[in-house]
Design a protein around this ligand. Structure first.
Ligand code: SF4
Length: 304
């Protein structure tokens, strides 16, 4: 039963989190992404190995006795958590014991077209949906989605969910070299995301050994791609552990021009700006030319 709970983990994006794995004994996913950290596996559209809600709640209660300082209870899986058949009942149970902790689900977004899934996700305090692809061709090639899953259904489901869900909705885009990183594809993703208007867009690349032979983007490439998203979208770059970008000096005007192009996260600032530039940024903040805002754990700098 102990495999059900993992952590606590400290995440810059979400805070101190205790994880619940809804598929602790094998990968059960309707995607078989090229970049998956788990071994390749045949896709499924339902779990055949199902743990009970009672077992999950009992494991969670035990863990919460040991860990008193948890910010977030994160529902995830070795696979796709929304395929868990009792998700709605589970979140009701978690909500009845969670106190002031936040609940978060990390989904690949594939089932958001299903009204029953949307109903269960409405009960979470925060939802993160992945969206790597703007086309079916990419969905087939990169996410290797189970038969019957289409981008049109995913996008329509996300739009419907967003009209009802007033809590933080994060969309994560994972970029893989030469597969979903073309300018044309980024423009298509940007077009949809600008319409969806999620609370935050997190973009990242492969950072752990992938299931198949695919390559990550460099931090420089991620920064360049981030600049092609609409400035109205708070784009948080999940920088690779070994970022190869060297901090450089920026003049006041260069700082302002960069921020006019897109908001920069604290991590971006630390990677891009040398110490003198950070001092300049501080002065721009004091003189109210720049301001900061926080989106669920992430600090962004924007033009005032
Ligand atoms: S959705 Fe997640 S678990 Fe499923 S294959 Fe992709 S990366 Fe792996």
């Amino acid at each position: 039963m102990s495999n059900i709970i993992f952590g606590p983990l400290l995440s810059r994006r979400f805070g101190k989190s205790l994880g619940i794995d809804l598929s602790p004994y094998k990968k059960q996913c309707n995607f078989d992404c090229l970049y998956c950290e788990l071994k390749p596996a045949k896709t499924v559209d339902m779990y055949d190995d199902v743990i009970s809600v009672a077992d999950i709640i009992s494991a969670l209660q035990d863990a919460l006795v040991q860990h008193k300082d948890i910010d977030v209870i994160t529902i995830t899986a070795n696979g796709e958590p929304t395929l868990y058949p009792y998700l709605d009942e589970l979140i009701d149970n978690i909500n009845s014991i969670k106190g002031d902790m936040t609940t978060l689900i990390l989904s690949n977004g594939s089932t958001i077209g299903d009204p029953k899934v949307r109903e269960a996700l409405m009960k979470f305090d925060m939802v993160k949906l992945s969206l790597d692809c703007a086309t079916d061709k990419c969905l087939k090639k990169l996410d290797r989605a189970h038969k019957g899953i289409s981008i049109a259904d995913i996008m329509q489901g996300m739009l419907e969910f967003k009209t009802q869900y007033k809590k933080p909705l994060i969309v994560e885009v994972l970029l893989v070299k030469s597969i979903n990183d073309s300018l044309e594809h980024i423009k298509a993703l940007n077009k949809f995301l600008t319409t969806l208007n999620p609370t935050r867009v997190d973009i990242g690349t492969i950072d752990r050994p992938p299931a198949y032979k695919v390559e990550p983007l460099s931090s420089e490439e991620l920064l360049n791609i981030a600049s092609h998203f609409d400035p109205s979208l708070p784009v948080y770059i999940i920088h690779r552990k070994s970022s190869e970008v060297r901090a450089s000096p920026y003049s006041d005007n260069e700082i302002l021009a960069t921020l006019a192009n897109r908001p920069l996260s604290e991590d971006d600032v630390n990677i891009l700006f040398d110490e003198k530039t950070k001092d300049r940024l501080k002065i721009l903040l004091e003189t109210k030319k720049v301001k900061i805002f926080k989106i669920y754990g992430v600090t962004f700098y924007i033009l005032a």
